[in-house]
Design a binder for this molecule. Structure first.
Ligand code: GLN
Length: 492
């Protein structure tokens, strides 16, 4: 018998509904697991034990009385620490926001927690301001990969990925600006989807690069991701970039199969530098899809060769503007040494409050936006972005979804890339094109490399066709069943 915290969100939902278990049971099971393994993993920046148990008891009471409860009633949810939760610290993994208490809820929390009754069990660790691919740059220390504690969990939503893989939570939320949901999902052997840009509200999310990022679920199974996404997606009057496109009931169509699908394999995702172990597992998954009746074709996305510099130019430019608000006056960290004029105090505060990677990006972004360089760098990057988007649109004229590896290799060892930003940026080569185009993409575990670390594959869909991604991912998951494998951290 698996322990309760090892079950999926759908299983927990059903057991709570039929009163086979209570929400309190599952919440306590997660906290027990957190107590047992968290000292090894460091996935959380804060746990809400008292509050979560209290809320679980309230939900249990409602269910007993036969009162109506939300679609996620009583299910534990861990939230990346840049998603505002009223009355709790929202730190973005930075000293700059250490101690900052959010005065309001983000829309995703409003929907999943206040409306649909999910239970927040804590906030999860992340790279500072979501800048990174390893969750090593957090002010709260690194997070460790549950499959092997010497390895990174991926980033920037590494806490959310690791907490799922270690069964410390049932559901989690991450954010993805250039891969931050898919990278930790791949490295931790779980599922995670970056929705179409405009699908999910960004209201109350601490911004890194507004034109690229989306919040999305990281979960044990494909159905769990569908459950979370369908309950938080949709137009939000508080975020003008959300699109009024109807949100399907993904769970209703997820088992429809893929016999009528054409699946594109983009050449450029299988180029030089791809780890042979990764390629082998992804190609194996493609064979499964072919056997299941879908038509496989080759496609080309010629401009994604330029995606990495294009992404970093745009992301850093937007970051330099977004992070200007951290001035030591309105909120967040302020230097103790307030001698001198405003500029001096402002610079000192930011020099002390931001870590080296954040400072690097603010400087580079400011440079790219400065007079004279703006046209040369920023405007040019926007033009290339359009070309990349057009490549995807062209490919989607012939196919429903595209398949490729999520990351060029499996997780790397802690400390090996931290001092070499270019090496760290190169990790994102296969994830950033998706954010530049704005399309949705899911990472799914498709096997293990010879060193035992999980391999992630990406299923990329058309704009607002997350349903196609879920259908494809579900077929694969049911065939491969890797979601049943768990890292051995002891404790049971
Ligand atoms: N690794 C990428 C970066 O550092 C993506 C981060 C993210 O998606 N938030 O920018």
């Amino acid at each position: 018998m698996p322990s309760l915290n090892q079950l999926s969100g759908i299983e927990i939902r059903d057991k709570i509904r039929t009163q086979e278990i209570s929400s309190e049971d599952i919440v306590l099971a997660c906290f027990k697991r957190i107590n047992d393994v968290e000292s090894k993993i460091n996935a959380f920046t804060e746990v809400f034990e008292k509050e979560a148990v209290k809320r679980a008891k309230e939900i249990d009471k409602k269910i007993k009385k036969g009162e109506k409860v939300g679609n996620l009633a009583g299910i534990p949810l861990a939230v990346k620490d840049l998603i505002s939760v009223k009355g709790h610290q929202t730190s973005a993994g930075s000293k700059m926001l250490n101690g900052y208490i959010s005065p309001y809820d983000s829309t995703v929390i409003e929907r999943l927690v206040r409306k649909q009754d999910a239970i927040i069990i804590g906030t999860t660790n992340m790279d500072e301001f979501a800048m990174g691919s390893s969750t090593e740059s957090s002010f709260y220390g690194a997070t460790y990969n549950p499959w092997n504690l010497k390895f990174v969990p991926g980033g920037s939503s590494g806490g959310s990925g690791a907490a799922i893989a270690a069964d410390e939570t049932i559901l989690s939320l991450g954010s993805d600006t250039g891969g931050s949901i898919r990278c930790p999902a791949a490295y931790c052997g779980v599922a995670g989807i970056k929705p179409t840009y405009g699908r999910v509200s960004r209201y109350g999310i601490i911004a890194y690069a507004n034109s690229l990022e989306q919040v999305g679920p990281i979960s044990k199974t494909v159905k769990d991701s569908a459950l979370v996404l369908q309950n938080m997606a949709g137009k939000d009057p508080k975020d003008a970039t959300t699109v009024d496109e109807s949100v399907e009931n993904y769970l209703d169509i997820i088992e429809n199969g893929i016999e009528d699908f054409t699946i594109g394999i983009p050449n450029e995702f299988y180029g030089e530098g791809l780890d042979p172990d990764v390629e082998k597992q992804v190609r194996n998954a493609i064979k499964i899809l072919e056997k299941k009746g879908s038509n496989i074709i080759k496609v080309s996305l010629p401009h994604i060769e330029y995606a990495l510099p294009t992404y970093y130019l745009i992301a850093m430019s937007e970051a330099s503007s977004n992070l200007a608000r951290f001035d030591g006056i309105r909120y967040g960290y302020k230097t103790d040494n307030t001698d001198g004029n405003f500029n001096e105090v402002f610079s000192r505060t930011r020099g002390e409050g931001f870590g080296p990677e954040v400072r690097r990006r603010i400087i580079l972004g400011t440079y790219a936006l400065s007079a004279g360089y703006f046209e040369m760098f920023y405007i040019k990057a926007l033009k290339v972005r359009t070309l990349i988007r057009q490549d995807f649109l062209k490919a989607y004229e012939k196919c429903d979804v595209l398949i490729g590896p999520t990351m060029p290799a499996t997780a790397f060892e802690i400390g090996t890339k931290l001092d070499d930003p270019i090496q760290m940026y190169l990790e994102d080569i296969l994830t950033v094109p998706i954010n530049l185009a704005g399309i949705p993409s899911m990472s799914l575990n498709c096997g293990f490399a010879s060193n035992g670390m999980p391999v992630g594959m990406q299923i990329m869909g058309k704009f607002f066709k997350e349903s196609d991604i879920f259908r494809t991912a579900y077929v694969l998951e049911q065939e491969m069943k890797y979601f049943k494998q768990r890292p051995d951290l002891g404790g049971y």
